[in-house]
Design a protein. Sequence first.
Length: 266
Amino acid sequence: MYFSSLGGGWCTSQLKIVLLGGRNSGKRSVGNLLLGKEEFVTKERTSCSRRLGMVAGRWLTVVDTPGWWCDFSAQDTSELVKREIISSVSLCSPGPHVFLITVKASSAFSEKRRRAVEEHVALLGETVWSHCMVVFTSVDRSKQTGAEEHVQTEGKAVRWLREKCSLRCHSVVLSDDPEITELLEKIQKLVTENGNRVFEMQENILQAAAEEKRRAEERAQQRFLRMKKHRALMQSEIIIIFKIILLEVLAVYLSSAYTFYSTSFI
């Protein structure tokens, strides 16, 4: 297994990573590469998923978050997806060491996409950037470029993201990249630079998220009660209509019977 060279170098017995990024940016494939096996399904989800694995003698926790639409602002993202991004931190109690922001290398990283990344990462608070690293993903090794080369050729938007992450970036090929060890080494370096401290969510963000979740649950309950009431009314109306039809049929039958007997005895 290609993680063996990391054996004695890890500074924590557990490493916790959260994957962030737009839809189809390769987040789940990066998670599978880190764990060394197929743990995450590649289809898009609207909820977080967590997987654990033993890597180089250490427990590795990887949390995948729902992807956002790359060209859309956080304002256009559903409240459910935003809540899931925030709740990803709680799946790594007491907190994640590193956030990996995946960017699809083959797609142009426009200013619109840069703003989308900034706004969605900002859901976790400004301090999260000290725990972030950019991962450029490719599916074809022949078209892969190094992270630094990619930054220089892509332009200002990518350079902004790299600088926001304190120049921490890496490039991977999603089809069983043998250089994934280098990414793990960079992750280890980031953890060391942060003094092995995990990311802690600001209390006001947690409170706001909890309040929004409570309101969403209340709205869902109200919708359920309205639907239940509507179904009950519909059932009542159906029963009434059915009774009316039966009465009309009975009236027609009695009228026909009366006419028949009346004419029979004349």
